[in-house]
Design a protein around this ligand. Structure first.
Ligand code: UD1
Length: 419
């Protein structure tokens, strides 16, 4: 298995370009099967999850052509309405084909995603929402089965704001008969991106990006072009890479407004930040250690849970004590044990960690447990003295495009060893 080897202690400087958002590309790709005609999606990150989604669409019968960061997809007919366990187990976001399949093809059989490294991740709200829209939903032999002649618009209230749940229901409701109102919807930028794409295809959606989304169902959707928004989590990861190495870097082609919760905390910690239209410049070179700050993860526009591991790494070398509370997922602290192996002083107390910052971490072999935990360990490795080997990098490859190359261009000493 491949591993990433980092020789830490190098100050990062220069510019880095952000790729398209994985979490936007996945629902947008899944939504292509909602209608016929040609869809040309650009700025797609070349990461393993996107390849998996392409495979899944191919299994369902869509015509998928990837060329670099662009995909051309046609789904005039569907051969199968089944998303098999083999694919869903490698990527939970496969569940995003559930809504489109049942809305357009009247049936969906999608493997029920299992537990994962960040805790139990139910899809009950996806299923309850589809049932509200009139689908007959059952679980049989580990598969979700949903059936409906034509979905009917309805009011849907989500107990908790769920990102992929909101996306699934918004896609399904686009083809339902009548009006659907999703209350307590998730407000993430990726939901707005998906809604913009669907609207270009003829859907009638209002309120995406707020907690009430109204969808007037239409008979059919047409093909369209779309450019995926920049990845705010990838951008945030590079921002923290600059901060943790006391560097000075520009993160280009990003949407600074999507990074506000992170930039706000980094400003509080002492990082100088300059924001331009599509660019963020951060400078942590002109002062001593950053100050420890407290963080609480929340749904957007709160601090993203997908930046929590990176923030734990940063606070491990900050001055003083910081408390990071995880409120979105139940057990998302698998990276903590690994960071401790690098000398970090972190205590887990239920859903929060108490971090006493130390000036230096020490390089060590560490094991990645999930996508964002991998990013946290790489950041720690960049700041540590000596060599850090990050094992199980297949997690990282699910969501970061050419991360070693991008970090190397900023002055990091980082390599991939094929295993
Ligand atoms: C998405 C993102 C993931 C991010 C997460 C939270 C994608 C492909 N993935 O995941 O990177 O970490 O949002 O920002 O976009 N929940 C329920 N019942 C449900 C659905 C969710 O109780 O039916 C709970 C979850 O257990 C969790 C919370 O809702 O506690 C939020 O999860 P959700 O927004 O659904 O996460 P995902 O969409 O899976």
């Amino acid at each position: 298995m491949d591993k990433i080897v980092i020789s830490g202690g190098h100050v990062l400087q220069g510019e880095v370009q952000v790729s398209g958002a994985k979490n936007s590309a996945l629902p947008i790709l899944a939504s292509t099967i909602l209608g016929g005609g040609e869809c040309v999606i650009s700025n797609i990150p070349r990461v393993v999850d996107v390849v998996t989604m392409g495979k899944l669409l191919g299994i369902l019968g869509a015509d998928v052509h990837h060329e670099g960061n662009r995909a051309v997809i046609k789904a005039d007919v569907i051969r199968s309405t089944q998303a098999p366990y083999e694919l869903v187990k490698t990527m939970r976001a496969s569940v995003l084909v559930l809504g489109p399949l049942v809305a357009r093809w009247g049936e969906a059989v999608v493997s029920l995603p299992g537990g994962c490294a960040i805790g139990s991740r139910p899809v009950n709200l996806h299923l309850a929402g589809l049932a509200k829209l009139g689908a007959e939903v059952s679980i049989e032999h580990g598969y979700i089965r949903a059936k409906a002649k034509r979905l009917k618009g309805a009011p849907i209230y989500c107990d908790v704001p769920t990102v992929t749940g909101t996306e699934n229901l918004m896609m399904a409701a686009s083809l339902a008969q009548g009006t659907t109102v999703i209350e307590n919807a998730a407000k993430e930028p990726e939901i707005v991106d998906l809604a913009n794409f669907l609207v270009k295809r003829g859907a009638r959606i209002a309120g995406a990006g707020t907690d009430v989304i109204t969808i007037e169902g239409v008979r059919e959707l047409r093909g369209s072009d779309h450019e995926v928004i920049p990845d705010r989590i990838e951008a945030g990861t590079y921002v923290v890479a600059g901060a943790i190495t006391k560097g000075s870097i520009s993160v280009n082609r990003c949407r600074p407004e999507h990074l506000e919760p992170l930039l706000n905390k980094l400003g509080e910690a002492g990082v100088s930040i300059r924001v331009e239209k599509e660019r963020v410049h951060i400078d942590a070179s002109k002062r001593g250690r950053l100050k420890g700050v407290d963080v609480r993860t929340l749904p957007f526009p709160g601090f993203p849970t997908d930046m929590q591991a990176q923030m734990v790494a940063l606070m491990s070398v900050a001055e003083g004590t910081s408390i990071i509370t995880e409120t979105v997922f139940e057990s998302r602290f698998m990276h903590v044990e690994e960071l401790r192996r690098m000398g970090a002083d972190i205590r887990v107390e239920g859903n929060r960690v108490v971090i006493t910052g130390h000036e230096r971490l020490a390089g060590a072999p560490v094991m990645a447990s999930d996508l964002r935990a991998s990013a946290g360990l790489i950041l720690a490795g960049l700041a540590a003295e000596g060599t850090t080997d990050v094992l199980r990098v297949y997690h990282l490859d699910r969501g970061y495009e050419r991360i070693e190359e991008k970090l190397r261009a900023l002055g990091a000493v980082i390599d991939r060893q094929k295993g």
